[in-house]
Structures are given as structure tokens and as C-alpha cells.
Design a protein around this ligand. Sequence first.
Ligand code: SAH
Ligand code: DHB
Ligand code: MG
Length: 222
Amino acid sequence: MSEALWNEVDRYFESQLLAPDAALEAALKASVAAGLPEIAVSPSQGKLLHLLAIVHGAVRILEIGTLGGYSGIWLARALPAAGLLVTLELNPHHAATARSNFARAGLTDRVEQHVGPALETLTRFEAERIAPFDLTFIDADKPNNLPYVQAALALSHPGALIVVDNVVREGAVVSANPDAASAAVRRMTEWIGREPRLSATVIQTVGSKGHDGFLVARVQEL
Ligand code: SAH
Ligand code: DHB
Ligand code: MG
């Protein structure tokens, strides 16, 4: 199996199952033009996040790692009119690009952006006892994955979903000498495995984003 074939398979299913979408395409184009890294979720992955949010009936969604707002548009579009996507981003240029991409998609009213180190924002949310989230998508600096999951758990109610991107890393997660991001994925995974309030699984993926995977965890009623 080659990456070219993975790409072709993604393109095939996307051509049949995902309608052409001007706002999503414009968001990617504007992100490239603004010099953002091309590391957003793929269209198929974005639609999976969108469907998970809808199936779950999510009304409050937390995203850690906005980039240009591509995954955020998919998530925010799953919300009812009174719903809210709260999305956290360190880089002000990424956040400004996302702001205009959300606006073009007509989602300004459903999106709240916070610019700064996500751990600081999350600590503030906990101190403020803000309303809990139904779904959290973690996709920022990988070394902080464990504290992000811990914060997401503190900000979730029973039944909530937590999804973490990029947990397989072309298999580096099982390497004898894992890099910093992979070591962090292992710390996070092993903590989740011992945490009775979370029930979790990982699905490996191949496609236009190479060989990677999502962790999906449900917050349990104890
Ligand atoms: N979820 C996006 C991609 C996010 S890429 C999508 O699929 O469309 C990761 C983002 O996390 C980058 O924009 C990066 O600037 C941001 N980031 C890195 N460190 C961060 C931190 N400490 N706090 C908040 N965001 C951070
Ligand atoms: C990178 C980050 C991501 O969130 C992703 O999905 C792919 C790549 C990166 O930092 O290279
Ligand atoms: Mg990612």
C-alpha cells in the first residue's frame, strides 16, 4: 500500500460522499495564502468529526488547536443554532485567519475563539466553572496531550466525548525510541487506560494524512 493509493482512495470517497463546499475550500485556500502549515484534518476526517458531533447531539464543543478553522467549521456546522464551538489557539496569525474563515462560513455567532496558550485558557475555564462541554477535539501541541485530556475531562460531563488527533504518528507511537510527541501520546494513553472515568479506543487511519489515528474516549458515569 502506497501513500499515492491512500490519497486516491480518500479522493474517491470524498468525491462520492462529500458535496463540494465553497466555505471549506475557501478556508483551506486562505490558510495556504496566509502561510499556515497544511496540517488540518482531511475532508473525510472533518466530516467524521461533524457526524460524531451530530450523532452525539453536541451543543457545546471545545477544540484545542484552531489553526485556520478547517476542523472548526466542520464541528461548528454540527451545532444547533444555540450551540457554541469554543476553540483555542496560541498563534494570533492562525487565529486571525480562522476568524475570517469562520466569518466567510457564516459561523461567527456559533464560534468563540481564545488566543493564547491553551493550558492557561483551560485553567481559567476550570476556575470560572464554565458550563461543561459535550465534545472536545484535541489537536494542538502534542507534548501537552495528557494535560489537555485531563482538562477536557474536568470540563466534561458524563457521556461527553473526547477525540484526540494524531495518536499513531506513522507508528512512531510504538517505536523503541519515541520522539517527544509520541512519548506524550504514550503517557496520555497509559493515563487514560488507568482512568476509570474514561472508556477509550484508537482507530488507525491511512489516507491523505498518511498513517495516523484518532483516540476516542467517552466520559463515564461513575
Ligand atoms: N484542528 C486544526 C489543526 C490544528 S494544527 C484543523 O484540523 O483544522 C495545531 C494548532 O495548534 C496550530 O495552529 C498551533 O499554532 C496550535 N498550538 C500549538 N501550541 C498551542 C498551545 N500551546 N495552545 C494553543 N494552541 C496551540
Ligand atoms: C501536524 C500536526 C497535526 O495536528 C496534524 O494533524 C498533522 C501534522 C504537525 O505538527 O506536523
Ligand atoms: Mg491534527
